[in-house]
Design a protein around this ligand. Sequence first.
Ligand code: AHR
Length: 504
Amino acid sequence: MKNAKMVIDKDFKISRVDHRIYGSFIEHLGRAVYSGIYQPEHPLADENGFRKDVIELVSDLDVSVIRYPGGNFVSNFFWEDSVGPVENRKPRLELAWRSLEPNTFGLDEFSRWASKVNADTMMAVNLGTRGTKDACNLLEYCNYPSGTKYSNMRIGNGKKEPYNIKLWCLGNEMDGEWQVGQKTMTEYGRLAAETAKAMKLIDPEIELVSCGSSYMEMPTFPQWEATTLELDYDYVDYISLHQYYGNLNNDSSDYLAYSDDMDKFIKSVIAACDFVKAKKRGRKTINLSFDEWNVWFHSKDEEEDITKNHPWQVAPPLLEDHYNFEDALMVGLMLITLLKNADRVKIACLAQLVNVIAPIMTEPDGKAWRQTIYYPFLHASKYGRGIVLQPLVDSPKHTTLEHGEVSDIVSIAVYNEEEESITIFAVNRNIIEDIILDIDIRSMDKFSLKEHIVLHHDNLKAENTAKQEQVYPVKTEVVKVEHGKLEVNLKKASWNVLRFKISK
Ligand code: AHR
């Protein structure tokens, strides 16, 4: 049996976890909104038409912030069409996904829903087909107390108090040729700077996210980050990263190695941010908003067929990836990667939340259910709050086709001072062999392993469905701690949550 070693010391700190890294995303796309979070005719709908079964599953995840309304959707979003009396609202052609947007659910409904699930809103403005003026109008509608055109419009729509939305995205994936209103780096940098400047005049307390590259392989990466930040550095607070992975070659070992690429992506964006800071002799550090991350590949053919051959439907079943067990491992690996970079990644959104590349699925005439990827997010959000510790990990390796030699074990530890606990998240991404993990928590004399939660299935391709949940976490036998050390068996291909209680 192979052994890995992990040394933890509570004085070796990376950073406090910003609770906003447990964010997610609701876009007007496919069935995320209509028949996802909102379905007035469903037996479990509340007085607002919100599905209570979905609210329950989302609330359990304790999602801190939810990005809205897109995504690619935002580049042709006319927010005024989505507010006011529903009977006056008109459907519109939605260009990103070639669907019909009925506008029966809009930004006021979203804000009400977000407060039901106890999440803050991260609002995106349209810098594709619109610009500075409309971003300012929207901000005035949301955050200005009263007495102006748009604040009074909000009050007239029944919302007396301002929403006070503190986090705003300056457009979405503006480098992508698929984006309606795509920009060059200079065009975007200038537009983002002017929009940010104006928005901060309206509300100096907001924080703004400049659009980074759509993914690491974009031909303009990382020049895009350097050029756009040189133009908008003075006015923005974060730069966005987006990345999706998939097991396209059906090579599971190689697939699970992609989290190493995610780490490289984060480090490269940090380098670009710091380069601009140095060049400008700046004092401000630009941090990272990883506001789209997940697995996305299972549903690509259906997506192409619907958008190409069956356009202009209301809520077509787009991007409905059915996740399997290895996808859950990948999501766990991505969460660990975000935590490892907690000193610079301050916001992250699992894209998305309901029905669209989502941990939660709904049947229009039936129940809401949990996909495999629901569980690692649940565990990280529940137990991964506090201070991320820098562990020393010495892991055996295995060889992959594209990524070469990679570590078997990927892990991180989070120390929660209030609860006096430490949680270790660890993935054994060796799909052939179990690994023994020797853990040494040397800075604490007395601690005990409270529980060891494991997500494992013998079949990497096992999926959950509305009828049957095959992939779910189980509690495994707890081993005894002796002299501050313990040995834990990490099953081949497994997500592990080890929860320690520290006694004073
Ligand atoms: O999350 C799905 C889509 O992925 C988003 O609309 C877009 O921003 C990204 O390309």
